[in-house]
Design a binder for this molecule. Sequence first.
Ligand SMILES: Nc1ncnc2c1ncn2[C@@H]1O[C@H](COP(=O)(O)OP(=O)(O)OP(=O)(O)O)[C@@H](O)[C@H]1O
Length: 235
Amino acid sequence: METVLKIQGVSKNFNHFDTVLHEINLSFFAQTFNVILGQSGCGKSTLINIMSGLMKPTRGNVYYKDLDISHAEKKEIIKLRRYKFSNIFQDYLLLSELTVRENIELGKTGRAHDLEYSELTERLGIETLAERFPNELSGGQQQRVSIARAMIKNPEILFCDEATGALDETNSKLVVDYLKELNKTYGTIIIFSTHNLKISTVADRIITMKDGLIEDDYQNPFPQSTFRNDIRRFS
Ligand SMILES: Nc1ncnc2c1ncn2[C@@H]1O[C@H](COP(=O)(O)OP(=O)(O)OP(=O)(O)O)[C@@H](O)[C@H]1O
């Protein structure tokens, strides 16, 4: 399988002494759905931000194919983030002065493989909200708008940082099933960080983190094609 993203010896310190990631080594492969599981504070968001070129590691390297993102020029990272990478952020980051439609269309690249606004918003159950402003939406609606904005460019890698945290079971299923479909249809690499164990049922691979370290990393022998979030127990 083709390696698309490779993290080599990545550590991150905040304030010169707080080490929140310790020498992480990971590779992500084409067309895979990956879940990073771990409790709050274990370093998932920091790792996602570093992998997606939003933050520099203190030590180590992040490669997108042959490009060392951790040492690349800003303009190369901007181009990569414009066309290849997309992030769903935990705190939505919607622009308050723009409508839902304008917020979502900000994510477009203008290239042929952008997704259709109408299909995307229908799939996410937000098709009636186009003219509203973010402060007129519930938390779950805002989260789905931010998901649509990240999806619309149909990226090669979609980084999802606790992307269903504000959603009820029905809407979590809408989102996770759509992510799974994008993964199957377009080969989108999904890297989904969460503390919700249930989401890992649809993943090809499950990486668990603890205290800034990779604790476990294994293939899911039976990835589900749709998200069963009504399962209460795991065996
Ligand atoms: N900018 C920062 N400055 C200092 N410490 C930070 C900064 N960002 C994160 N941290 C610390 O790094 C550690 C990891 O945080 P991170 O947000 O990566 O964890 P997480 O696993 O994503 O948590 P959650 O699931 O709650 O989002 C935490 O102890 C946090 O307090």
